[in-house]
Design a protein around this ligand. Structure first.
Ligand SMILES: Nc1nc2c(ncn2[C@@H]2O[C@H](COP(=O)(O)OP(=O)(O)OP(=O)(O)O)[C@@H](O)[C@H]2O)c(=O)[nH]1
Length: 449
């Protein structure tokens, strides 16, 4: 296995082919490097331009891994951990540092993208390989930057229940957090802002309490009626909540949107928890950001978490339960969300559109279910993907229908996982101009009160 480690302070990514001690690498070299990116700009691999002095045999430790290939004519060593054809490349200004052993065999190398590249936002695809990073930084993050929330002893007293709004600007990780808290995917997630469009309820039931989480759309400056609807959904969740969790991305300083959201939170009569997310991506600026977020409102509690890696979630749930009023369960014990399987299925299609398309296209898409039929061995589902322009329709269908096939195949797998039975997914694309500003289209798509 190739071991990757990420050093957030240096902004560097180290790739190790051989499981040996650091001291074994006694010789250093340099070469040009290029990162390989997927359609979302996530790093999937790297290409090194090696010089003639490195003999082909010296690459044996690297080539022992199936993800590594070497083009002897071009002298490029390619490490592609994900295995998909990269969608784009990012040549690096800084050379890669190569580590060799005394016999000049390549053991490891390190790349250092410029700060503007925002490497820490682009490691999602490599997360399964980032073994050292987790071990090196997880404990440290909790000890030095953000003390772990003191885990309270659970009250032995009455049953508690209530509504907990998850609010924050787009892309801070609200939906990832909701799914992680529930241990089940109810909200779709993407690296693109404004993924969540409606308030989604996720219900966590335990013996002493029931928490009804309300995942809300990211609060932003709306540019159309759909955006206005989304922001309204989020704002409305705040006064209705017993506890408001303002979720922030600790790697970024608060901006004007955070200030506006905090102003709403300050006005609410609910208890307020500051949820510092993405502690796995902690950077040097983390503690400055922490002070700035603390200053936004009088918080009842702050909890540091990594929704992606599941850190700090038990502490967050315990804190929430402590702040909830006494009350009986609000939903039946087995219910996890207020969304139907059909609604989640349509969202899973939209998630794939977000995954594979860029710029305005993902934001211009809505998904409607036209037909859903339980057949003997398969669930037949026909859906229409609505876009705003013919050009967007052409992008979604792709050359020879390739794009629609990719979207369909990803969505079908996800829906099959949810339904636990085979699915036949029939996808169509239709253009309807400016539907995001058309009240009747919004009503019919369910984006209304
Ligand atoms: N590294 C890291 N990434 C995270 C974490 N939580 C979420 N993300 C990533 O952040 C991106 C946005 O996550 P979402 O859960 O869609 O964010 P959101 O706040 O619901 O976004 P909107 O729907 O736009 O409001 C995704 O690429 C997630 O994988 C975390 O704890 N660590």
């Amino acid at each position: 296995m190739i071991t990757l480690s990420y050093n957030p302070d240096a902004g560097s990514l180290s790739w190790r082919f051989v499981d040996t001690a650091e001291e074994d690498a006694t010789l250093e070299g340099e070469c040009d490097a290029t990162l390989l990116l997927d359609p979302q700009g996530q790093v999937v691999g790297v290409e090194l331009a090696l010089d003639d002095e490195i003999a082909d045999d010296d690459l044996a430790p690297a080539l022992a891994h199936p993800q590594v290939s070497f083009d002897a004519a071009a002298r490029t060593l390619t490490v592609n951990l994900v295995g998909e054809e990269p969608a784009s490349v990012q040549p690096l200004e800084e050379p890669a540092i190569l580590d060799f052993d005394p016999d000049e065999r390549l053991l490891a190398f390190e790349v250092l993208p410029a700060d503007e590249f925002n490497l820490d936002q682009r490691l999602e695809r490599l997360a399964p390989f980032l073994i050292e990073r987790e071990e090196e930084h997880a404990d440290e993050a909790e000890e030095t930057i953000l003390p772990p929330a003191t885990r309270p002893v659970l009250p032995e007293g009455p049953h508690r229940s209530g509504f907990v709004a998850l609010v924050g600007r787009p892309n801070v990780g609200k939906s990832t957090l909701l799914n992680a808290l529930l241990g089940q995917k109810v909200a779709i997630v993407s690296p693109k802002p404004q993924t969540t469009r409606t308030a989604i309820r996720g219900i966590l039931t335990r013996p002493d309490a029931q928490i009804v989480f309300v995942d809300t759309p990211g609060i932003h400056e709306p540019r159309n009626r759909l955006g206005a609807y989304m922001v309204k959904q989020a704002r409305r969740a705040i006064p209705d909540a017993d506890v408001v969790c303002m979720v922030v991305d600790i790697t970024r300083p608060p901006g004007s949107l955070d200030e506006r959201i905090a102003a709403l939170v300050r006005k609410a009569s609910a208890r307020r928890i500051l949820v510092l997310n993405k502690i796995d991506l902690r950077t040097k600026r983390g503690s400055d950001n922490l002070q700035a977020y603390r200053a936004l409102a009088p918080w009842d509690m702050e909890v540091a978490v990594s929704a992606l890696r599941g850190h700090g979630l038990d502490a967050l749930v315990d804190e929430i339960v402590r702040l909830l009023p006494e009350g009986p369960p609000l939903y039946p014990e087995g219910q996890v969300t207020d969304l139907s399987e059909r609604e989640i299925a349509a969202e899973l299609v939209r998630e794939q559109v977000l995954r594979y398309t860029q710029h305005e296209v993902p934001h211009s898409v809505a998904v409607e279910i036209e037909e859903w039929e339980e057949k003997e061995n398969v669930t037949y589902i026909r859906m229409t993907i609505l876009v705003e322009r013919e050009t967007q329709k052409a992008i979604l269908i792709g050359a020879g229908g390739g794009m629609l096939k990719k979207i369909g195949s990803g969505a079908r797998q996800a829906i099959e996982e949810m339904l636990e039975r085979p699915v036949y997914l029939d996808l169509w694309v239709k253009a309807r101009e400016h539907w995001r500003d058309d009240p009747s289209a919004l009503r019919w798509l369910g984006y209304t009160e």
